[in-house]
Write a protein that binds this ligand. Structure first.
Ligand SMILES: Nc1ncnc2c1ncn2[C@@H]1O[C@H](COP(=O)(O)OP(=O)(O)OP(=O)(O)O)[C@@H](O)[C@H]1O
Length: 311
């Protein structure tokens, strides 16, 4: 059985269509990313899955249960960490977790959870005294305290410093390894590419594509690219004649060669035959950013300078 099934979901706010026929499946045990620009409809979609918003039409199944009619069953199986979750300033970490544990019939052991999330030493610390990363980890602990089979994590690392981002990514992998299916909402491509088994690209309330990060990159990015500086002049036809090469651009001594298949060895062989040395040779690594641009025509959000160094 799929952990989640979303079929033809529609939601409008007044005249504004926020979610426009969204469908996807999430398999049990995977980390499934939903990526898209601000306002794409990601949060509306996941809040509908969590039963926090009522869709206008379409159907949702959480392990076979409908969030609008089978609320109790969904609540027992689904943990939610939503954007901007916050707690009273004076509550301690242990109190917050005990409180949420009391809402469930079979909660996880709060002590074990704090251990796993690296918050054991902060048990007695008040919420207001926690760092941004620790607050995020507490909100993940709250999402997991009901022992869910599926966890929704929304914009998990926004505002975190590089080390906290990396730690949080490790944590998400540990959650998945513990058997929890993860639905990860993010507008950061590096995060989605690093963590997700599969990704849905959402734009303007619609699903533009679903696939593995590698599959989306391959599908959306035309070929590989090699950049180098030629040690001496070279006739373009030497490279355009190669079957692997689809395009050659030259500015002064700088070459950009696009192609497919065994592009690198083919180009290297041709250059060697011409006794040209390729200096500063670089093979451009395609990323999910490229796929996102190709699929949506938009430039993805970048981590802020303080977040970016986590790459
Ligand atoms: N309660 C609401 N009332 C009116 N409009 C809303 C409401 N919630 C969301 N919207 C609008 O619906 C669209 C989708 O919003 P949503 O929050 O689902 O997108 P998102 O992809 O999660 O974006 P973000 O990353 O900024 O949270 C946006 O244009 C938003 O302004």
């Amino acid at each position: 059985m799929n952990a989640l099934e979303v079929r033809h979901l529609h939601k409008r706010y007044g005249r504004h269509v926020a979610v426009d026929d969204v469908s996807f499946d999430v398999e049990e045990g995977e980390i499934f990313g939903i990526i898209g620009p601000n306002g794409a409809g990601k949060t509306t979609t996941v809040e509908s899955i969590a039963g926090l918003r009522t869709p206008d039409s379409g159907s949702i199944s959480v392990l076979g249960f409908d969030p609008t009619t089978d609320r109790a069953q969904v609540r027992e199986r689904l943990g939610v960490q939503l954007q901007e979750s916050s707690f009273p300033d004076a509550i301690t970490v242990a109190e917050a977790l005990d409180l949420y544990a009391s809402f469930y019939r079979r909660p996880a052991d709060p002590r074990e959870l704090l251990e796993m999330l690296g918050l054991a030493e902060k048990r007695g610390t008040r919420y207001k005294a926690l760092s941004g990363g620790q607050k995020q980890r507490l909100s993940i602990a709250v999402a997991l305290v009901g022992n869910p089979k599926v966890a929704i994590l929304d914009e998990l690392t926004t505002g975190l410093d590089p080390q906290a981002r990396r730690d949080t990514w490790d944590l998400v992998e540990r959650v998945r390894d513990a058997g929890v299916t993860v639905l990860l909402v993010t507008h950061f491509m590096d995060e989605a590419e690093r963590l997700s088994d599969r990704v849905a690209v959402v734009d303007g309330g619609r699903v533009a594509a679903v696939g593995t990060p590698a599959g989306l990159i391959a599908q959306a990015s035309a070929g590989q690219q090699i950049r180098f500086r030629a040690s001496r002049p070279l006739d373009e036809s030497v490279l355009t004649a190669l079957p692997e090469v689809t395009r050659v651009e030259v500015v002064d001594d700088r070459w950009l060669v696009t192609g497919e298949g065994q592009l690198l060895s083919s180009v290297a062989g041709a250059l060697a035959r011409e006794q040209v040395v390729a200096e500063d040779l670089r093979v451009a690594q395609r990323t999910l950013d490229d796929a996102f641009v190709a699929l949506t025509g938009r430039v993805p959000a970048s981590p802020s300078p303080s977040e970016r160094r986590a790459r």
